[in-house]
Design a protein around this ligand. Structure first.
Ligand code: NAP
Length: 290
């Protein structure tokens, strides 16, 4: 069993991006990070994005509207960033407060600045295999992990657990694309799927993204499979200072020994998301300056 080290692969990507950005003439790429309110997870995610941008040499503009912002005010703010030629990429941190329409906010972004890849046009471009779009960061990160760990999906049965727009659906579409590294045969499971285990047992590559702690057990995995665990779940654990431990959607202690390659949680898919956001920001900069 080989552990796929997401921390190391993300660090390699950050170093590559830093070298590319340092070679750019003129102004540096700029990402606007919009965080509405003070959701603690969002505070830490945006901090991490700001820190990684600084490390690469990407400028970040942090915009912190209060949780009371109206939809119209948020959309005006997005319109202004869309129109600002000094801003290459825009990220509106999810989740937004409940009174706001997140999907409408994402649609409001100029598609060519939508570095998070949630705009309808960018999701459509993944389906059309049009590489000018932006792929959502977590599925893009999963594909990068597979590629850099030497896993070619061609001819493989890829089983994806979960069909969210953020992970399951886009990663399934990417695995299905008729291009080098992909070209897999894809099955998607969801809460309406009968006998999930009979399908996961057929997987050469299993991608678990359902948000249920340690759902995938050893009896659900074919020996020698590659297992990518996207889940980030908090399980109560009084022995920890925080009162909880982080675990994936895979029961790592029993599944990992069966696999040929596996991602840990934390330290697998998680670190890739920010690295891919930065990669998309550099792509936006280049496309907007072409
Ligand atoms: P989500 O929007 O809640 O979607 C979960 C999906 O799993 C749904 O499609 C759901 O089916 C399916 N599902 C739930 N229970 C199931 C079951 N028992 N059997 C089969 N399918 C089931 O979650 P998400 O946003 O995709 O996130 C999934 C996990 O990945 C979470 O733990 C999240 O924290 C993590 N995540 C990590 C990153 C990262 O590493 N950077 C990024 C995003 C998400 P239905 O469609 O039928 O409801």
């Amino acid at each position: 069993m080989e552990l796929i080290d997401g921390n190391q692969i993300a660090a390699d990507i950050v170093a590559e991006l830093k070298a590319q950005v340092s070679g750019l003439p003129g102004r540096k790429p700029c990402i606007a990070l919009v965080r509405v309110g003070e959701d603690p997870a969002s505070v830490s995610y945006v901090k991490k994005k700001e820190k990684t941008a600084a490390e690469i040499g990407i400028e970040s503009r942090i915009i912190l509207p209060p949780a009371t912002i109206t939809q119209a005010e948020l959309e005006k703010l997005i319109d202004d960033l869309n129109a600002d030629p000094a801003v290459d990429g825009i990220l509106v941190q999810s989740p937004l407060p409940k009174h706001l329409d997140e999907a409408a906010a994402f649609r409001r972004l100029a598609a060519h600045k939508d570095v998070d890849g949630f705009h309808t046009l960018n999701i459509g471009k993944v389906a059309q295999e049009d590489d000018t779009g932006f792929v959502a960061c977590t599925p893009a990160g999963i594909m990068e992990l597979l590629a850099r760990s030497g896993t070619d999906l061609k001819g493989k049965h890829v089983v994806v657990l979960g069909r969210s727009l953020i992970v399951g659906k886009p990663v399934a579409l990417l695995a299905l694309q008729k291009k080098a590294g992909a070209n897999g045969t894809v099955t998607i499971c969801h809460s309406g799927t009968k006998d999930v285990a009979s399908l996961t047992r057929q997987a050469d590559v299993l991608i678990a993204a359902i948000g249920r702690a340690e759902f995938v057990t050893a009896d659900m995995v074919k020996p020698g499979a590659v297992v990518i665990d996207v889940g980030i779940n908090r399980v109560p654990d009084p022995s920890k200072k925080t009162g909880y431990r982080l675990t994936g959607d895979v029961h790592f202690p029993t599944v990992a020994p069966l696999t040929s390659k596996v991602t840990p949680v934390p330290g697998g898919v998680g670190p890739m998301t920010v690295a891919m956001l930065m990669k998309n920001t550099l792509k936006a900069f280049r496309q907007n300056h072409a």
